[in-house]
Design a protein. Structure first.
Length: 99
């Protein structure tokens, strides 16, 4: 049993390290979503996100390359958040077995 417990403890450490790494990556990525607003003179894009209960709209302009880059960063953030959720679930299972 001690070999299995040792492997599970190593897995726990790896899990925590990965969670920390993902959290650091998330900290530099934009949060929120892209909002498109149509004006007489064209389309303009905003990054909408919350600070507390307040919704903030940061103007991004209409540079499509810039908008696509931000969309990719937002998708990466969402993907990392899903990975962290899965890692936390695994950590709970490890904790149950190690007890």
């Amino acid at each position: 049993m001690s070999v299995i417990k040792g492997v599970l403890l190593e897995e726990k450490e790896r899990n925590l390290l990965m969670q920390n790494q993902y959290m650091q990556e998330i900290a530099v990525l934009p949060k929120g979503s892209i909002v498109k607003k149509v004006n007489k003179s064209g389309d303009y894009y905003y990054l909408a996100y919350r600070i507390g209960n307040k919704i903030v709209n940061d103007y991004l302009g209409n540079d499509i390359e810039k908008i696509e880059k931000i969309k990719q960063d937002i998708e990466k953030r969402k993907h990392l958040q899903r990975l962290i959720k899965n890692l936390k679930s695994e950590l709970k299972q490890i904790a149950k077995v190690v007890k």
